[in-house]
Design a protein around this ligand. Structure first.
Ligand code: MN
Length: 247
């Protein structure tokens, strides 16, 4: 199983979740929300190749944490993966929009200067604004749009730009989420939990809940769950094997 967007460090007992992921053989991209969280979160899975830690600065806190961009730049040389980054256009984050743009553009430029990174990107209510920037800085890396919720035109544009998508059970529980996922090329899809933020039946999603997304994709693609797992694993391997220099 693959959980390509999970906030391992934000669970009440991260070590327990890490141990369970290792026991179940789940490949995890452990994203962070601030550069200052990166070193501690990396230590949670030190020496474990199945769990990769991404250096991030979440758009929802870009207003408060803009000063950590300097730390971001210092750590980037040691970070192969970058996320969670992006833009959030929801009304409650409108007041920090200018900070968000400054932070996101700074990160894309730093990633490009560093030779490109694999990027896990948030684009809630800001899909076009995110795609505009990815188009402007193509050398920033390979973009995986997490929990994509744009419209069909924006989805088409993201596909044309070469983006991948990580989809989770929370996204696939809505009609719109399923409609978007059904229009994504199978070879561009990965699964995610977005735990512990994402909720499933009133509880935090766990990395192993990606099996619910696998089941949903199986019914969408008219394939067995085993076939879906093989497709997703192939997508992950291709992503890991290709250089992150271009979308
Ligand atoms: Mn997230």
């Amino acid at each position: 199983m693959i959980d390509y967007h999970c906030h391992l460090d934000l669970y009440p007992d991260p070590r327990l979740v890490v141990a369970e992921c290792l026991a179940r053989g789940i490949s995890v991209l452990s994203v962070t929300t601030t550069p200052s969280a990166w070193t501690g979160t990396t230590a949670l899975s030190k020496g474990q190749l199945g769990i990769r830690t991404a250096l991030g600065l979440h758009p929802q806190i870009a207003g408060q944490r803009q000063s950590e961009l300097r730390l971001f730049d210092q750590l980037l040389a040691s970070a192969e993966y970058v996320g969670e980054i992006g833009l959030d256009g929801a009304p409650e984050f409108k007041s920090t929009w200018q900070n968000q743009v400054l932070v996101f553009e700074h990160i894309l430029k730093s990633c490009r200067a560093a030779g490109g990174r694999t990027l896990s990107i948030h684009s809630r209510r800001a899909a076009s604004e995110v795609l505009d920037r990815l188009e402007r800085w193509p050398g920033a890396g390979k973009a995986i749009l997490h929990w994509f919720s744009g419209n069909q035109t924006e989805l088409k544009r993201a596909i044309d730009l070469g983006c991948l998508f990580s989809v989770g059970p929370a996204m696939l529980s809505s009609d719109k989420g399923r409609m978007l996922a059904s229009r994504m090329p199978k070879d561009r899809v990965l699964t995610e939990s977005d735990g512990p933020f994402a909720q499933l039946n009133g509880r935090s999603a766990m990395p192993w809940d990606v099996k619910l997304a696998v089941a949903e994709l199986a019914s969408m693609w008219k394939a067995t769950q085993e076939d879906v797992q093989n497709i997703l694993q192939g997508n992950l391997e291709r992503l890991a094997a290709s250089p992150p220099t271009a979308l």
